[in-house]
Design a protein around this ligand. Structure first.
Ligand code: MRU
Length: 318
């Protein structure tokens, strides 16, 4: 797995991140010296992926406390950086509840996320048959989680268990988290893979080249509706058409029981410049996959099946 401190860490006077915007060309660190700089790193995707956003927010809060910043203002700026992933709000609530040293709780949150990833990956890998050819979208790997990965964690565990043959990686337009980040992680792990254009997924399924689709999540509503990177919904529709199981792998910190259904999940719309600077553009960063298209949601607690309002009920991050 990727060494957690290589992805994100708290130092005495800074939060230090592996700058994901520059991968895979360059492994460069970004040093953030205030909560506002951490928020900017989150907003610009130097650090990204729901659990990693939560970890960065926790470290940003700890840094703010250490530097004597106004903590309410720090919470506001960190929570607003990316609205769809619920993990920042979750981590900031944890930090505000904590009575001890903020740095200690932030480091715990990081370690707990990595542990959750390992547990859910074992549960998810157990769903796969030997020889599985998987398709994944965006990056739900160690980079997105501070260490091991959710969907990519499941693929790592399946590979180590001899269950995985190959991974198709959606390039994930417009910011190419699949082609740049997931492919880089799979290469580092020695897992056979091939990047495909997002629009090729349906044809690959029709040819019989995909046994399972595995993705992460940014927010899972109480009824199982799941927000994830734009294009996930299309994949789930395609998977249903081809009778291919579509699994979501995510920690309990991504499950938002206070949000009743997908309609209430805030969807971030980013600058059209990320799509094209030549013409007018729309850039929805996430979509919502209805629970009915999801064969199972896998968390560290186990495999949850429909009806999700019952199987996710009472789930809390421990
Ligand atoms: O815009 P991003 O790169 O932060 O989007 C990330 C995703 O959509 C991931 O699939 C999700 O956050 C899960 S990461 C374990």
């Amino acid at each position: 797995m990727l060494e957690p401190g290589r992805i994100i860490r708290l130092e005495d006077d800074a939060v230090v991140l592996l700058d994901q915007r520059r991968l895979p060309a360059e492994e460069a660190e970004l040093v953030c010296r205030s909560s506002a700089e951490v928020a900017e790193a989150i907003r610009t995707l130097a650090v990204r992926g729901a659990p990693a956003i939560g970890i960065a927010a926790a470290y940003g809060y700890a840094l703010a406390a250490r530097c004597g910043e106004d903590l309410e203002a720090a919470v506001a700026v960190l929570a607003a950086a990316r609205p769809t992933a619920v993990n920042a709000a979750w981590a900031l609530e944890e930090m505000q509840r904590w009575c001890g040293d903020p740095a200690e709780r932030a480091r715990q949150i990081h370690a707990e996320e990595v542990e959750r990833c390992r547990a859910m990956s074992a549960h998810a890998a157990a769903l796969l048959q030997p020889g599985t050819r998987a398709l994944t979208h965006c990056n739900a790997g160690g980079l997105a989680t501070g260490g091991y990965g959710t969907a990519v964690g499941a693929l790592r565990t399946a590979w180590e268990g001899g269950l995985l043959e190959h991974v198709l990686v959606d390039e994930t337009r417009p910011l190419l988290q699949g082609a740049r980040l997931t492919a880089w992680e799979l290469e580092e792990a020695g897992i056979p893979h091939a990047v495909i254009a997002d629009s090729a997924a349906g044809a690959m399924m029709a040819r019989g080249d995909v046994d399972v689709v595995v993705t992460g999540a940014d927010r899972i509503a109480a009824n199982g509706d799941t927000a994830n990177k734009i294009g996930t919904y299309s994949l789930a529709v395609l998977a249903a058409h081809h009778e291919i199981p579509f699994y979501v792998v995510a920690p309990s910190s991504t499950v938002d029981l206070a949000t009743v259904s997908g309609d209430a999940i805030p969807i971030e719309e980013r600058s059209g410049d990320e799509v094209t600077t030549r013409f007018a553009a729309r850039n929805l960063a996430f979509d919502v996959t209805p629970a009915g298209l999801i064969a199972a949601i896998v968390t560290e607690a186990g495999v949850h099946r429909a009806p999700y309002s019952a199987s996710l009920a009472g789930l809390v991050a421990a």
